[in-house]
Design a protein around this ligand. Structure first.
Ligand code: ADP
Ligand code: MG
Length: 259
């Protein structure tokens, strides 16, 4: 199939240039940040193959805050790992904007994972021996390597401080993770996810370990950053109340998106 035919539709496309495999749910009104097209994923348990995703299809538009909800075990984390290019589907395609992740070279996929996508998880995965400021800069250190990191460190410090200020932690720059509350740690993890200026933030149960007050604070911070940083957010949660903070809810039932 030619590249032209594989391309996802964008605003301004004429009908004749649309690909044949266009997801049915897609409205051609806004640029698409990310699409999942007929995603299948199973796990092996001994000789048994356990299907988790069975043709999951949806699109999220640029600047949108989408919540994917489903019961525990419905495949939300599996799906988010696939969207974050941390794992590969058995069948189907993930599109980042106009690019199919499955068509990318391994190095292009690594670049997309490091530069275009920020990730946050239920447990914050902060490094206990580093300060908050240093934790937020870790992805830059990994990406640039030690020498280039130190040459550019001033720039990274400025952005890390700006992000920590936006998540309400400018008074916690030199603190270690064990000196922070769960809500503060998750807000620091959000700042770390945004240090590389990604266009998409993926969040797996970001409030799952927080009480309701801290959970809502994290949602408020996410909503604000979505606008200030001009990002698309895709969050998975089993919590309907938390999902209500998003623009749109996508429901995962038996491995498919509920119509
Ligand atoms: P959710 O995040 O919605 O709770 P998951 O995506 O974590 O769901 O898991 C979906 C199903 O896949 C569950 O039944 C889980 O036990 C199974 N599963 C998840 N990861 C693995 C794995 N690495 N190996 C085998 N089974 C797995
Ligand atoms: Mg999960």
């Amino acid at each position: 199939m030619s590249n032209q035919a594989r391309r996802l539709p964008a605003a301004g496309d004429s009908l004749t240039t649309m690909p044949t495999q266009r997801p049915r749910a897609l409205k051609v009104t806004q640029p698409v940040a990310l699409s999942a097209v007929e995603i299948h994923k199973s796990y092996r348990k001994g000789r048994l193959e356990v299907p988790v995703l069975r043709g999951t299809t949806f699109s999220v538009f640029e600047g949108e805050f989408a919540a994917i909800v489903g019961q525990s075990g419905s495949g939300k984390s599996t799906l988010l790992h696939l969207l974050g290019t941390l794992d590969q589907p058995d069948r189907g395609e993930i599109w980042l904007g106009q690019q199919s992740v499955q068509q990318m070279t391994a190095s292009a996929r690594d670049r997309a994972r490091n530069q275009d996508i920020g990730l946050i998880f239920q447990f914050y995965h902060l490094l206990p021996e580093l300060s908050m400021l240093e934790n937020v800069m870790v992805p830059r250190m990994i990406h640039y390597g030690v020498l280039a990191y130190w040459r550019n460190r001033g720039k990274f410090v400025d952005r890390a401080k700006m992000l920590l200020d936006k998540v309400g932690l400018s008074h916690r720059l030199t603190h270690r993770p064990n000196q922070l509350s769960g809500g503060e740690m998750q807000r620091a993890a959000i700042a770390r996810a945004l240090i590389s200026e990604p266009s998409i933030l993926l969040a797996d149960e970001p409030t799952g370990n927080l009480d309701s007050e801290n959970g809502h604070e994290v949602m408020r911070v996410l909503s604000q950053l979505r606008q200030q940083e001009n990002i698309t957010i895709i969050m998975v949660t089993h919590d309907e109340q938390i999902a209500a903070a998003a623009d749109r809810t996508i429901r995962l039932v038996e491995g498919k998106v509920e119509a």
